[in-house]
Design a protein around this ligand. Structure first.
Ligand code: UD1
Length: 392
C-alpha cells in the first residue's frame, strides 16, 4: 500500500515527524506499507522548513514542488497543478492531508479529482468564521475525505452536525488494535474516527530532548527568570493594522507591568510590523528570528505566560502546563477555554492585559487533563489506514 503525505508549512512538518516514525514501525510489523513525502514548498525559508526536517530527523521529501508564496488563488493553483502531476506519477492508494493550510486544501482537492482517497489529519475543527482561509481549507478538505482523523471529541461532534454518518466507536478514542470495521470507507461513506492529536504525541516525544538540545534560554538570558512568549502570524491579525497595533500595545503593557516578552517573528509579520506599529511598542517586546521546534518547545515549557494567535501554540502551551491568552475572536480548540487556562482576548489591548493579569494571578496548573488523546495518535492513524487498505 502506497501512502503519500503532503506537507508544506511548519505545523505540518511537526505532525509528519510523528507520522513518519509511525509509518516506519508499521513497515516492520504490517509489511507492505510504503510512505512517500511530498513537500509543496509553501514554506521555503530555512528557518521555517529545513530546520524542522533536521531537528525532527525527517527523511528528505521524495518530491518538492517549490511552489513558494503568493496570493491564495495563485499559490493554491500552482500546488494543484504540481500535486496532480506528482500523484499521476506516484499512483498512491491514499493521500494524507494535514491540518488547514493551502497545502491541505490543494492536496485534498488534487487527490479527490483523480479519485484517489484522502485521509485528513486534524479533521472536524471549526472556528465558524469563513473569513479565515484556514476555515475554508478545513471544511473543503473534510468534505472530500474518505478517512477523517479527528483530534478531539468536539471535532467528531462538529462533523456529525454537518451530516457525516455515525463516527466509528461512537466517537470515542479508538483503542489501538481494536478497530475491525467490515465495510470499506469511500469519499461518499467516509469513516469519522477519533484518534487524538498528533501534536500531543510530538510534545510527549520531544519535550525532554528539546530541553537538552537547545541553549535558547541561556542565549536569550531567560534561564531561571519569568517571561512571556508572543507569536502573531494569522492573516486576520497581520493584515489589519489596527489589530496588529492593539496586539503589540497589549504585549507592551504586559512588559511594562514587569514580565519580559519574547517574540519569535514569522516573516509575514516581520514584513508589516515596522509599517503599522510604533517603534516604542515593538522595542519593548524582544523580537527574535523564527524559532526552531526545539527552541519553541523549550521557550514555551519554561514560560510564565503565552500570547498567541496560533492553534498549535495554544495547544502546546496547555500540554506544557502554561497559561495562554489567545489573540483571536474565536478558537477551534474550545476545550482549552473550558479549562480556564486559556482566555480569548481577540485583538484588543485592554482585553489582552486583563486576560494576562487574570492568568498571572493564578498559580500555574498542577495537573493537565488529557484533552488530546494518549500520545498514540500517529500509530492509530497508521493502523486505521492499514485496516482500511486491507478491506480493499
Ligand atoms: C501558513 C498557513 C497557516 C499556518 C502557518 C504556519 C495558509 C493559508 N496559512 O500561514 O494556517 O498556521 O502557515 O506557519 O496556508 N514567507 C516567507 N518565507 C517562507 C514562507 C512564507 O518569507 O518560507 C512569507 C511570505 O511573505 C508569504 C507570507 O510569509 O507571502 C505568508 O506565507 P504563507 O505560506 O502564505 O502563509 P503563512 O502566514 O505562513
Amino acid at each position: 500500500m502506497k501512502i503519500v503525505s503532503v506537507v508544506g508549512a511548519r505545523p505540518q512538518f511537526v505532525k509528519l515527524g510523528m507520522m513518519a516514525r509511525a509509518f516506519g514501525r508499521a513497515a516492520q510489523t504490517a509489511g507492505d506499507v510504503q510512505h512517500v513525502i511530498v513537500h509543496t514548498g509553501q514554506h521555503y525559508d530555512r528557518s521555517l522548513s529545513d530546520v524542522f526536517f533536521d531537528e525532527l530527523e525527517l527523511p528528505s521529501p521524495d518530491v518538492n514542488l517549490g511552489v513558494g508564496s503568493g496570493p491564495h488563488g495563485a499559490q493554491t493553483g500552482a500546488m494543484l497543478r504540481g500535486l496532480e502531476d506528482a500523484f499521476v506519477k506516484l499512483e498512491p492508494d491514499l493521500v494524507l492531508a494535514y491540518g488547514d493550510t493551502n497545502t491541505t486544501l490543494a492536496s485534498a482537492l488534487a487527490a479527490v479529482k483523480l479519485h484517489t482517497p484522502v485521509g485528513h489529519i486534524e479533521a472536524g475543527l471549526r472556528s465558524h468564521n469563513k473569513q479565515m482561509p484556514e476555515e475554508v481549507n478545513r471544511i473543503v478538505s473534510d468534505h472530500v475525505s474518505t478517512l477523517l482523523f479527528c483530534p478531539t471529541r468536539k471535532a467528531v461532534d462538529n462533523l456529525c452536525e454537518e451530516g457525516f454518518g455515525s463516527p466509528l466507536l461512537g466517537g470515542r478514542l479508538v483503542p489501538i488494535g481494536s478497530l475491525r470495521p467490515e465495510t470499506r470507507a469511500t469519499a461518499d461513506r467516509p469513516w469519522v474516527v477519533n484518534v487524538g492529536d498528533v501534536m500531543y504525541d510530538s510534545v510527549l516525544f520531544h519535550r525532554e530532548r528539546a530541553s537538552t538540545r537547545t541553549r535558547v534560554l541561556e542565549d536569550l538570558g531567560l534561564a531561571g527568570s519569568p517571561y512571556g512568549v508572543l507569536t502573531v502570524h494569522r492573516a486576520e491579525n497581520t493584515d489589519d493594522p489596527t489589530r496588529l497595533r492593539e496586539i503589540f500595545s497589549g504585549a507592551a503593557s504586559v512588559v511594562r507591568s514587569g514580565l519580559p516578552v519574547v517574540c519569535p517573528l514569522h516573516p509575514r509579520t516581520k514584513g508589516v510590523l515596522a509599517q503599522h506599529v510604533a517603534r516604542e511598542l515593538t522595542d519593548l517586546v524582544r523580537i527574535i528570528e523564527p524559532a526552531s521546534y526545539y527552541e519553541m518547545l523549550t521557550l514555551l515549557a519554561n514560560a510564565r505566560l503565552v500570547l498567541t494567535d496560533s492553534g498549535g501554540v495554544q495547544r502546546e502551551a496547555y500540554m506544557l502546563g502554561v497559561d495562554c491568552v489567545t489573540l483571536r475572536d474565536e478558537t477551534e480548540w474550545v476545550e482549552l477555554l473550558e479549562t480556564g487556562r486559556n482566555r480569548l482576548a481577540g485583538a484588543r489591548a485592554a482585553e489582552i492585559v486583563a486576560s494576562a493579569e487574570a492568568l498571572l494571578h493564578r498559580a500555574p496548573p498542577v495537573r493537565i487533563d488529557p484533552l488530546y488523546g494518549d500520545g498514540n495518535a500517529a500509530d492509530r492513524i497508521v493502523e486505521v489506514c492499514v485496516e482500511w487498505g486491507s478491506l480493499g
